[in-house]
Write a protein that binds this ligand. Structure first.
Ligand code: SAH
Length: 467
């Protein structure tokens, strides 16, 4: 079973750095199914190709009880010859860093979309060429597929389910690898191991950011999770629907009602000012802006030398593109730009990149999360990332009655999943503080009405041991 990946991005031999595998070496790794060889059939500055060759040992598989099938089929089957979930295992084992987008030697290149193509020599496709196209094309690949007859000697037997497939596109290497990692078993529609809860985690970990928008996400989740309804329903429910959020950011659109309403009191600026003041007062030197959107807070944070390490994260690629442009990161002096990083990610999955920061800001983000996802987000931030200071802002629903143009009972923005009263926000914050070892204080932002309070509410969490 052979996978080859090629690039023409000069110098193409940099593919070796991206994959952490030297183009001059041939390496072999042992695995539960047999062994995996990595080598480069070609390695020039113009074009470099890496090959991942799996040697699957069917007898060993039966002995190890890794592949459970009946009788003769245990020994005589297509597994040694086709791209199956073993190939995904091999990708995760042999190209782990590249799959996760990590590359110290060529950090910039790992983040850059480059011309890539991947060829799967024999891919079993349950669903035919149409299904191949439906899965790869929405991800931005062009596809070349060649189907094999069942037996060349007997054309009347018709076609086999096996294809040679080449996909090409301008992608980050980590994207291409994750697409292959997830989709190969989906085409094959047979997995070699048993399903557990961590299958959902694996799927979401690798696919959450692109699967939510994929027109075939149902089929992908269903097949990936071995047609177990409880698993794929949960997986689908946990995917973030990014579309609405992205729409919110289109610049041409008239101001959203939320913005129009809030502009009267230039609430946005007051909010940024309050968050910035709280970050400064915390003494933080490193800050993450979670759900940084177009980077309004980041701009202020970057301008203050107190903050030495700054990370902006958002689930919306479009928002990050706008932030990148507005912050002019590529034009800032290196001493400024090197303090800042923008990353694509979702707040509802545990993410190591969020660890080790003094403070985190979550400005007008929680109300965009569905309540079940909010509880995942709480753990991601307060339990796993666990910064010393966390600053959260969200609308105060009680204040909505002050805006005549906002019909009663309606949210300030169509994508808000909830808007909380002060009591609700304080209950939520207190519960988190209690559970994760923080103290919490509350501050109103914007004009303070004696009855309904301020339009925005902010909580400032601090770890107990930091006090
Ligand atoms: N903090 C910014 C943007 C607020 S809008 C500001 O104050 O201007 C809400 C932002 O949260 C959007 O950019 C949206 O893409 C982001 N977001 C929504 N769900 C998210 C999630 N699960 N993970 C990360 N970001 C998310």
């Amino acid at each position: 079973m052979l996978l080859t990946i090629s690039t023409t991005h000069a110098p193409a031999t940099d593919l070796g750095f991206l994959l952490h595998k030297h183009p001059d070496r041939c390496q072999t790794f042992s695995a539960s199914y047999g062994s995996t060889h990595v080598f480069y059939p070609e390695a020039t500055d113009e074009r470099t190709t890496v090959a991942l060759l799996l040697e699957v040992d069917p007898v060993g598989l039966v002995r190890n009880r890794r592949y459970e099938a009946a009788h003769l089929a245990q020994y005589v089957n297509d597994r040694p010859y086709v791209a199956s979930s073993f190939l995904s295992v091999a990708i995760a084992q042999v190209f782990r860093s590249a799959l996760n987008g990590r590359c110290e030697a060529r950090e910039e290149l790992a983040r850059t979309p480059i011309p890539l193509s991947a060829r799967l020599d024999v891919l079993p496709v349950r669903g035919g060429e149409d299904f191949l196209r439906k899965l790869f094309e929405p991800l931005g690949y062009s596809l070349d597929a060649q189907r094999y007859p069942l037996d060349e000697q007997f054309p009347e037997w018709g076609d086999s389910p096996y294809y040679s497939v080449t996909i090409s596109g301008t992608k980050r290497l980590s994207e291409l690898l994750t697409h292959l990692y997830v989709l190969i078993p989906v085409f094959d529609n047979q997995k070699h191991y048993h399903f557990g809860d961590d299958e959902i985690e694996k799927l979401l970990d690798k696919a959450s950011v692109w699967l939510a928008d994929h027109p075939e996400k149902d089929q992908i989740a269903r097949r990936y999770l071995g047609h177990k309804p409880n698993l794929y329903r949960e997986a689908l429910a946990r995917l973030i629907d990014d579309e609405v959020l992205e729409e919110e950011l289109t610049e041409e659109k008239p101001l959203s009602p939320e913005v129009q309403l809030e502009e009267k009191v230039s609430l946005n600026e007051q909010r940024l000012g309050s968050v910035l003041a709280a970050l400064r007062a915390s003494g933080a030197q490193s800050v993450i802006d979670l759900g940084c959107g177009e980077g309004k807070l980041l701009r202020e944070v970057i301008a203050d030398r107190q903050f030495q390490r700054i990370l902006g994260m958002d689930v919306s690629v479009r928002a990050l593109e706008i932030a990148q442009r507005r912050l002019k990161l590529d034009r800032l002096p290196e001493s400024v730009a090197e303090r800042v990083q923008l990353i694509h990610g979702s707040l509802i999955y545990r993410d190591k990149r969020l660890s080790g920061f003094d403070a985190a800001a979550l400005v007008e983000v929680i109300e965009h999360l569905d309540p079940p996802r909010l509880s995942a987000c709480e753990r991601v931030i307060f339990e796993f990332a666990h910064p010393k200071t966390v600053i959260v802002t969200t609308p105060n629903q009680e204040y909505n009655t002050m805006w005549e143009t906002l019909p009663a009972g309606q949210f300030r923005h169509a994508d808000h999943r909830f808007e909380w009263t002060r009591q609700e926000f304080q209950d939520w914050s207190n519960r988190i503080a209690e559970r994760h070892g923080y103290t919490v204080e509350f501050v109103g932002i914007g004009p303070n009405d004696p009855v309904v309070g301020s339009p925005t509410q902010m909580s400032i969490f601090q770890t107990r041991d930091a006090r």
